[in-house]
Write a protein that binds this ligand. Structure first.
Ligand SMILES: NC(=O)c1ccc[n+]([C@@H]2O[C@H](COP(=O)([O-])OP(=O)(O)OC[C@H]3O[C@@H](n4cnc5c(N)ncnc54)[C@H](OP(=O)(O)O)[C@@H]3O)[C@@H](O)[C@H]2O)c1
Length: 315
């Protein structure tokens, strides 16, 4: 099968022929139709997670996918050969299987039937970013009428988080470039703060002198860059990047912490059902063939993904 893979640690990702993998216990083999890209694909490609988990090579990139069940391992129930499904390769040692390939192994726990109303590209854009957005919004638990600042709102996670926070009745303040403002407003942002012109903190403080009720930070890697100063005392903060240090938050009179997405069946099915019902927009802004998957990953690495990038693998 053709697969975008890293042949050995330190090598650049390239497309080459690899054997079709065989599903073990509790694992589903799918023929991939579409694979959604995520920032973690780049982290895995360069070995950033090698300290956390063993990697085995050749290592196929990609975590999200939608396709058709080709075979199931022992103990898999709920899906059968020929079913149209979507899902995620959960992080588990060793890191080796991926979805940017003609066939992919997914743990049954994160494989679900694709709603008939969703095409494969749309379904493939949901699992990781949708689950991360849901976890972040649940962590700050916005109440109707409260204001949530989402820093990094323009990316894959942010595009879902804006909608999920808005659906809870919150007023959403989103960061994004001027060129992206209309898209973010359509998704549910009440106002869009351009992070490329002047300080986000100054702009938020000017608009909300008493502070916002909650902050979802999707871009900071360190506590020092989390904009805790614009959140009112007693407010909540969530980070997808481990930047919400609880001691720092407590010192500022805030609560919250770091979230981990859990893109298992119970989480991704309701998101897909909302999307199929038209209540959650899956904002796929770029669709590329497998041959250009590395270009899509480079766009994410450059911080230039607006919405989701999805790779089509087969018809
Ligand atoms: N903890 C978890 O379980 C989990 C799960 C999923 C993702 N994540 C992490 O969460 C982060 C966001 O994921 P993603 O998929 O949304 O990434 P993404 O699609 O690459 O989006 C990031 C967005 O941030 C924007 N941005 C860049 N610099 C910014 C700044 N200084 N201020 C405000 N916005 C800025 C970019 O906007 P422009 O396009 O306008 O430049 C880009 O669209 C990633 O780092 C990812 O690794 C964690």
């Amino acid at each position: 099968m053709r697969a975008l893979n890293v042949s050995a640690a330190g090598e650049q990702p390239a497309i080459s022929e690899l054997p079709v993998p065989e599903p073990g216990d509790g694992v589903v083999l799918i023929r991939v139709k579409a694979a959604g890209l995520n920032a973690i694909d780049n982290a895995i490609a360069v070995g950033m997670m090698a300290q956390m988990m063993p990697h085995e090579y050749p290592l196929v990139l990609g975590r999200d996918a939608a396709g058709v069940v080709e075979a199931v391992g022992a103990g898999v129930d709920g899906v059968a050969v020929g079913d149209e499904v979507f899902g995620h390769v959960l992080l588990a040692p060793p890191i080796q299987n991926g979805t940017l390939a003609e066939y992919a192994l997914l743990p049954a726990a994160s494989v679900a039937h694709k709603p008939a109303g969703l095409d494969f590209v749309t379904a493939a854009a949901i699992p990781l970013a949708g689950a991360a957005a849901l976890a972040a919004v649940e962590a700050v638990d916005p109440q109707p009428g409260q204001t949530v600042l989402i820093v990094g709102a323009s990316g894959g996670v942010g595009s879902y988080a804006v909608q999920l926070a808005k659906a809870r009745g919150a007023t959403v303040v989103a960061t994004g470039t001027a060129a992206d403002a209309d898209r973010l407003t359509t998704l549910g942002a009440s106002s869009v703060i351009d992070f490329t012109t002047e300080s986000v903190a100054d702009q938020v403080a000017a608009a909300y002198p008493d502070g916002v009720d909650a902050l979802i930070d999707l871009v900071s890697y360190a506590p020092a860059t989390v904009l805790t100063g614009v959140v009112r005392k007693g407010g909540k903060v969530a980070s997808t990047l481990g930047a919400a240090d609880e001691q720092t938050l407590a010192g500022a009179g805030l609560t919250g912490g770091n979230i981990m997405a859990g893109p298992v069946r119970e989480v991704i099915v309701p998101l897909a059902e909302q999307a199929a019902a038209g209540n959650l927009k899956v904002d796929v802004t770029t669709v590329l063939p497998l041959e250009q998957a590395a270009d899509g990953l480079a766009t994410i690495a450059a911080g230039k993904a607006s919405g989701k990038i999805v790779i089509t693998v087969s018809e």
